[in-house]
Write a protein of this length. Structure first.
Length: 188
């Protein structure tokens, strides 16, 4: 799928989600209906009425739009796949098994993020038969993404935006620095 087509689908979908989030805070009938339908899926801070906060799905869509708009396809696919798989892994493992604090979250959750990211990188690299430079660049970016996920509270930025952006920026920067990295990651 081309960048233009992806954005032509994602941007309207993102607008619908953001408008729905805003209406949930401004309209009691909309809020009541939304809470019946998706309320059990929302985290406590997403259900708050005293502050206007978007839910995680809106932030994922915003992050996807920005990532796809800015980065070449392979970088965007890698960054978004890592976000989806690794952020969930970090949350599950960190909450269940997290015992050791590291920055704002747990060492166990951060390691789970990184290991899941390496698996994602392995799958993408295998599917597209990518050169070793992809694995190196993506692994470096995944390590940065794991730290960004951990300190997202300090960054005052939703991690559904900060994770793919940090991974994309690092992949792009490292690829520019490595010989033939630009070509292998689709940066021309």
């Amino acid at each position: 799928m081309s960048k233009g087509r992806a954005l032509s689908i994602l941007i309207p979908l993102t607008l619908v989600f953001v408008i729905a989030d805003v209406l949930i805070h401004w309209s009691e009938p909309v809020r009541s209906l939304a809470m019946r339908i998706v309320g059990p899926l929302l985290r406590p801070h997403e259900r708050r009425q005293d502050r206007m906060l978007l839910n995680g799905a809106s932030y994922v869509l915003i992050g996807a739009c920005i990532t796809i708009a800015i980065f070449p396809k392979l970088i965007a696919v890698t960054a978004l796949a890592i976000l989806i798989v690794s952020d969930i892994s970090a949350a599950i493992i960190g909450r269940r098994y997290g015992r050791h604090r590291l920055f704002d979250k747990t060492l166990e959750g951060t390691l789970a993020f990184f290991v899941a990211a390496l698996i994602v990188i392995g799958v993408i690299g295998s599917l597209y038969r990518l050169a070793a430079v992809y694995y190196i660049v993506a692994a470096i970016a995944a390590a940065v993404g794991a730290i960004v996920e951990n300190i997202s509270i300090r960054l005052k930025m939703d991690d559904n935006i900060s994770i793919p952006l940090s991974i994309g920026i690092v992949m792009w920067a490292v690829a520019e620095w490595l010989p033939s990295g630009e070509h292998l990651l689709g940066i021309q």
